[in-house]
Design a protein around this ligand. Structure first.
Ligand code: Q46
Ligand code: ZN
Ligand code: ZN
Length: 308
């Protein structure tokens, strides 16, 4: 297989694009495509400061790398959840994020130490809330809250995550199977700020297959944590990913069409967001918008926990 641009040996063949590229021209294409998506969905401009949610994994570090190479003012935030589970997961992923930041003095990495700040790690909160084996909803709540807080306090215009096409299609598949209309309404490459303290959220890698982001990190020599979080991959989401991967194998481009046609249907008005009621108010403790009666769900998590 030869590179379409120079005729050298290709490093990757993307069947769904009918495009093979070498180690020089694949990263070039990858940057062009990211820029195209940022532009197409009006994610952010070169003047705006971007906060990248960095997990230490390949997608988020690749995203940070690409945004810096494209000349954006991109900083990172790493949330240390205090997950050990015999694997040292948080400590090792934090090291990867910090090592990447150390190589890029033009960018700043904010590290949020959850156990240090709030007195408990995510597994400890989950244990106390009697969900020791399923901490993900609590973890998601904590991550969203803290990323928003750092974005707001740091004056960032936008929060960027490294979700790729495989992530987006697995989520879409699950949401469609269960007709989670509310989730479908909010699944999009860009979600506007709400004007009450929630940052704009963007997913510049939403059109890349996971193997493309993996190839990019490999070619650029980006060191990342290959292990997933020990709590990752509930049986259902793994089953959804496996089903989609089988379909993609049978018909290349299935995932891409599933996702892009969903976006087109949304643009045509499917699942249009209803006029938002203004039932949100500011949490009296942290100030973030919430629909809860008093304290927001995040602040209620820590009731009774002392950090002294
Ligand atoms: S970090 Fe947190 Fe994920 Fe681990 S505990 Fe679940 S939500 S799986 S992306
Ligand atoms: Zn080439
Ligand atoms: Zn709160």
């Amino acid at each position: 297989m030869r590179c379409r641009r120079c005729g050298d040996t290709a490093a990757i063949n993307m069947r769904q694009h009918r495009l093979a590229l070498c180690t020089v021209h694949f990263p070039e294409w990858f940057l062009e495509q990211t820029q195209r998506i940022i532009h197409k969905y009006r994610m952010f401009t070169p003047d705006e400061r971007v906060l990248v949610a960095v997990s230490g994994g390949k997608d988020s570090l690749a995203l940070w790398d690409v945004l810096l190479r494209l000349g954006y003012r991109a900083d990172g935030v790493y949330i240390d959840l205090g997950i050990d589970h015999g694997t040292g997961y948080s400590a090792r992923s934090r090291d990867k994020a910090a090592a990447f930041a150390a190589q890029h003095p033009e960018a700043h990495l904010t590290i949020v130490d959850i156990p240090g700040l709030y007195g408990e790690s995510v597994p400890q909160v989950a244990q106390r809330r009697r969900r020791p084996h399923r901490p993900c909803s609590i973890c998601g709540l904590i991550k969203r809250h803290e990323m928003n807080r750092v974005a707001f306090e740091g004056g960032y215009a936008v929060l960027a995550t490294g979700h790729n096409l495989d992530d987006e299609t697995a989520t879409l598949f699950g949401n469609v199977l269960h007709w989670q209309v509310d989730y479908l309404r909010h699944q999009f490459p860009v979600l506007p700020a709400d004007g009450q303290g929630l940052a704009r959220k963007v997913k510049p890698f939403c059109r890349f297959y996971e193997r493309e982001t993996a190839a990019y990190t490999l070619i650029q020599g980006i060191d990342y944590i290959a292990d997933e979080c020990p709590y990752a991959g509930g049986a259902t989401s793994l089953a959804h990913k496996a089903t989609l991967t089988q379909m993609e194998h049978d018909v290349p481009g299935t995932k891409m069409h599933f996702y892009t046609n969903f976006l087109k249907a949304k643009a045509a008005g499917l699942f249009a967001i209803e006029e938002a009621g203004s039932e949100l108010h500011s949490c009296p403790q942290c100030g973030q918008p919430t629909s809860a009666a008093e304290l927001c769900n995040f602040c209620r998590l820590w009731d009774g926990v002392s950090t002294d």
